[in-house]
Write a protein that binds this ligand. Structure first.
Ligand code: CKG
Length: 319
């Protein structure tokens, strides 16, 4: 597990003859003060942490080496790190600054999102109005577009993984279950890109996202594609306006049944343009499902800017 990230500091050293040299140093766990836990995964814990030199706050994700080895999760860890290394310059994706390790753990130093989860904000508001849904939908779509352009499928998009920064702008996180397609920029032939060419069988066979947002093809053919993220996007747009996800039943199995039978309906008063958009994302056949380009041109996003302009917009007040 090669650490990533340039040397992130320098240390002044004086030798016996009084010669001063500035040594590049990598940060380590001692350079941080660890605060509260922000979240816990099956093999990671995410802490609020402060860089003791710069006093800048980060989210530091800590993975315990012996647990990863025991649970045979090394592939997941490398997939996440390779994914984060590819997704470096987009405002809508949590940024990995650098990694380091000590004898017991691996550490990822990531953007801190002080606004918490979009799910929490939605629960407080109950439902979003069209203006808020357009803004947050557009930011999530812009980030999905960038991920897909870099050959990354998230596979577990949901309002809990859509975080908010201090300007209440979107930051998508948790790429531990992402699927890496061949990097379109990587000139090497597929056989020479070890572990990058995509899915190994046991990961593909075993993985399913969170019940309410998982796409039908992932349940029936065990195959994920960029269209799987569009299905989740449709579920999120529905949930922002309705206050609940489209497919929710008493058990995971019953939820899966509703998904594969496309069993959902819209509450009265659901905005017609949003309804049309959701219906074109929640299509059972992934090949017939709307693409990012179709969605950007849809009536619901008429007049909505994407790209750099979108990320300069002030987040709308949540009513
Ligand atoms: N799995 C991760 O990579 C991850 N997990 N969290 C916390 C989770 C809490 C449950 N829902 C999903 C996120 C984070 C990250 C990335 C980096 C990251 C950056 N900032 C925050 N901030 C939070 C602030 C308040 C509540 C939750 C998270 N959280 C994270």
């Amino acid at each position: 597990w090669k650490d990533r990230g340039a040397a992130v500091g320098v240390r002044r050293e004086v030798d016996a003859d009084g010669r001063v040299t500035m040594k590049p140093v990598k940060k380590g766990v001692r350079d941080f003060t660890f605060g509260r836990i922000l979240g816990e995964g099956s093999y990671s814990t995410v802490y609020l942490a402060t860089d003791r030199q710069t006093l800048r706050e980060y989210a530091v994700k800590v993975l315990e080496k012996k647990h990863i080895i025991k649970e045979k999760k090394i592939k997941y860890v490398n997939i996440e790190k390779n994914t984060l290394n590819r997704l470096t310059e987009h405002p809508g994706i949590v940024r990995l600054y650098y990694t380091f390790q000590d004898e017991t753990s691996l550490y990822y130093v990531l953007d801190l999102c002080t606004g918490g989860e979009l799910l929490g904000v939605l629960k407080k508001a109950g439902t979003f109005d069209v203006e808020c849904t357009r803004f947050y939908g557009a930011q999530i779509l812009d980030a999905i577009d960038y991920m897909h352009s870099r050959g990354i499928i998230h596979r577990d998009l949901k309002p809990e993984n859509v975080l908010l920064d201090e300007q209440m702008h979107v930051k998508i996180t948790d790429f531990g279950t992402a699927k890496l397609l061949r990097d379109p920029r990587d000139p090497r032939p597929p056989e020479e890109t070890p572990g990058q060419s995509g899915e190994d069988d046991e990961r593909a066979a075993s993985f399913v996202g969170t019940a309410e947002y998982v796409s039908p093809e992932l349940l029936t053919e065990k195959s994920a594609s960029t269209a799987s993220d569009i299905w989740a996007f449709g579920c999120i747009i529905y949930q922002l306006l309705a206050g609940r996800p489209p497919f929710k039943a008493g058990t995971e199995y019953l939820t899966f049944q509703k998904i594969v039978k496309l069993e959902y309906e819209f509450p009265p008063g659901f905005p017609p343009a949003a309804r049309d958009l959701v219906e074109r994302c929640l299509v059972l056949d992934p090949a017939q499902r709307f693409t990012v380009e179709h969605i950007k041109k849809h009536e619901f996003f008429a007049g909505q800017m994407f790209g750099k302009e979108l990320w300069r917009m002030k987040a709308p007040r949540l009513r």
